[in-house]
Design a protein around this ligand. Structure first.
Ligand SMILES: Nc1ncnc2c1ncn2[C@@H]1O[C@H](COP(=O)(O)OP(=O)(O)OP(=O)(O)O)[C@@H](O)[C@H]1O
Length: 515
């Protein structure tokens, strides 16, 4: 599928060998890879200064991918060059990779940065749930100060989350990953509609994606700071319940609509509860009163407070019970382990959501349908990722049949679409789910491609409902949106003529699978 709304990412990236030199910097081991590139440990050949080098390839990409990547790289480079603050990761140099033997990396951009020991995301991954991470308040002070500096300088981070907070060997706290950082134009800015579900403010879902991308305001960073502070002070608990990022984001939207109260972790210190509650004010306007600077000042003032109340053991048990009951009453997602390894989607330490484990029979695929047996559980598990009733196994199966005929090796290079769900790699990266739990998100892997399809069509479904398109047309609109984009369907107010034959095919398959 192609979508104008979510361009991001790159094809699987080849790696540079250890010992490779980029303008005076020698690369060592790979530290990790993100949506855009790979980060290597490195040192200066001249004096051994340690660094991390983020290599962002542009060479081997299709034109559309290159444009999307180029835009984000330009942002990252521009912001990195301008940012100069103790709580923003420093970029020592921006270089070009000279690797004629590795065409995919030849000409790539390399950002030479301060090297961190770990990201806050990694620290949270190994933290004990319920306890603040080590040095929690100092970390939050650093994050708030870095954010305040960005906002004062006229930038919005746009993707604040634990993975984008780096921790140095000497206790440094740096905000990083400025691919989505964008300069304010008046009171808001536009970025590609990416971000991270878990840290997106609820209003993000109801705003139209304009031709420039999604509108992002500093209050989006304030919301993200509230989520992050809650995670840091509780060892990873997200402030909204749910077994998946999608469910948590729906819970946040329910809260913003006033249908559910904000339930912060009961063990949080009162002052911190207030601060986090202010950050998580339900809408942009209510959050406006709190600037990153005012938060940074408040966080400074709370530096003495440990973040957690002392709770006697018995009371603590009671609180856990109350929280579990609250969550059960607020279940939004058919959670539990779906068996398809959606580990990356799970909230760290988020309480299991107990709901009806089986979807209703309606929408399940009949035994004698032509859906390959091996794919059935994959499709059923993928459909469970979405609570919207339109997104059924039958609908996913119909979409897949129309896209690829269930062929995992299907390819339409002319339109840059591959695999069983015909993902355009750059779009896939924006939504990617690790459906088979192998630690990799690969559009050629049917479980990954189908789980990601489910997440994406779930989002389409919601966009079309918000746009008040006729609910009885939702399956057709989803099929059209998957082929074009949410924006095209919303702007045309229905199925665009040019994809009508494809949509009719999906509806025929759906009717057969729903029989
Ligand atoms: N300056 C750095 N020092 C040490 N490790 C780093 C540095 N920058 C990034 N990393 C680590 O390298 C890995 C990849 O980082 P990168 O910024 O490319 O992607 P990401 O933030 O994980 O994902 P994405 O950019 O797709 O959101 C992560 O584990 C990150 O913690």
């Amino acid at each position: 599928m192609t979508s104008s709304g979510a361009e991001r990412g790159a094809l699987p990236t080849p790696r540079l060998p250890a010992g490779f030199r980029i303008q005076g910097w020698e690369l060592g081991a790979v530290i990790g890879s993100g949506g855009w590139g790979t980060v290597y440990a490195a040192h200066a050949v001249a004096d051994g200064t340690t660094a991390a080098v983020k290599v962002l390839p542009t060479g081997a990409l299709a034109p559309g991918q290159r444009a999307a990547l180029g835009e984000l790289v330009a942002r990252e480079v521009r912001f990195s060059a301008e940012a100069d603050h103790p709580h923003l990761v420093r970029t020592h140099a921006v270089c070009t990779v000279d690797a004629p033997d590795l065409p995919a990396l030849d000409g790539a951009i390399a950002l030479v940065m301060d090297r961190a020991e770990a990201s806050l995301g990694q620290v949270l991954d190994s933290a004990g749930t319920g306890r603040p991470v080590p040095d929690a308040v100092r970390v939050l002070r650093g994050v708030a100060a870095g954010l305040a500096h960005m906002h004062d300088a006229g930038w919005v981070h746009g993707d604040l989350k634990p993975a984008n907070v780096l921790l140095g060997a000497d206790g440094e706290v740096w905000l990083a990953d400025f691919g989505l950082a964008t300069e304010l134009d008046g009171t808001h800015a536009y970025v590609p509609p990416l971000g991270t579900l878990d840290h997106l403010p609820p209003e993000w879902w109801s705003q139209r994606t304009g031709s420039h991308g999604a509108v992002v305001r500093p209050t989006a960073d304030i919301w993200a700071f509230g989520v992050l502070a809650h995670q840091v002070l509780t060892g990873g608990l997200h402030p909204f319940p749910g077994a998946t990022a999608r469910a948590r984001s729906l819970a946040a939207q329910g809260y913003a609509r006033g249908t559910a109260p904000l339930r912060l972790d009961a063990g949080l210190d009162e002052e911190w509860r207030r601060l986090i509650g202010d950050c998580l004010a339900p809408d942009h306007a209510a959050r406006l009163r709190h600037t990153a600077q005012s938060l940074a000042t408040r966080v400074e003032g709370l530096a003495g407070a440990g973040g957690r109340r002392r709770i006697p053991p018995v009371a603590a048990v009671a609180l856990v019970g109350a929280a579990a009951a609250a969550v059960a009453g607020f279940a939004l997602f058919g959670g539990g382990d779906s068996g398809d390894g959606g580990g990356d989607e799970r909230g760290r330490g988020a309480p299991a959501v107990v709901t009806d484990a089986h979807r209703p029979a309606a929408g399940e695929i009949p035994q004698d349908a032509d859906v390959p047996a091996a794919l059935r559980p994959v499709i059923v598990n993928a459909a469970r990722r979405c609570t919207d009733e339109e997104v059924t196994p039958a609908l996913l199966a119909a979409l897949i049949k129309a896209e690829s005929g269930f062929d995992a090796n299907a390819a339409r290079p002319a339109s840059d679409e591959y695999g069983i769900a015909m993902w355009t790699p750059s779009v896939f990266r924006a939504w990617a789910v690790d459906g088979d739990g192998d630690g990799d998100k690969d559009y050629r892997s049917p479980p990954d491609a189908i789980a990601t399809m489910s997440l994406y069509v779930c989002w389409l479904d919601q966009r079309f409902k918000q746009a008040r398109l006729p609910t009885e047309d939702l399956p057709a609109l989803i099929a059209a949106g998957y082929r074009t984009s949410d924006r095209t369907v919303i702007e045309e107010g229905g199925v665009p003529e040019r994809v009508r034959p494809h949509v009719e095919k999906v509806l025929r398959f759906l009717a057969a699978y729903e029989r």
